[in-house]
Design a protein around this ligand. Structure first.
Ligand SMILES: [Zn+2]
Length: 105
């Protein structure tokens, strides 16, 4: 049996973000790419990530709308709350990824 070493790529990204505890201690968040559109110029889902932290992973998605804008989605409580209230606020998961992919933002 052979073991293969994963190619170094953006497949798994670790970001240090304010943690989930009250003190918001910086904590490592692991973002694993779960989908990448091979033709990222048209409308539709461009990329998705699983955010691995704590017990439940979050899903983050980057979508291109029909009129060419990009929209971020996250399943965490923070993003859902502000999304329902139409706030411009972005959760820390999306903010972290936006800094990595400034052209997509
Ligand atoms: Zn989030």
């Amino acid at each position: 049996m052979t073991t293969t070493t994963p190619k170094p790529s953006f497949a798994l990204i670790t970001l240090i973000l304010p943690g989930p505890d009250r003190k918001r201690q910086p904590s490592p968040y692991h973002f694993r790419v779960t989908y990448r559109n091979p033709e990222p110029t048209g409308p539709g889902c461009l990329m998705t990530w699983d955010v691995l932290v704590g017990r439940e992973p979050y899903q983050v998605a980057l979508e291109r709308t029909a009129d060419g804008r990009t929209e971020w989605h996250c399943t965490c409580a923070d993003a859902v709350y502000h999304g329902e209230n139409n706030h411009a606020h972005r959760c820390k998961h999306v903010q972290g990824l936006r800094e990595l992919f400034p052209r997509a933002a």
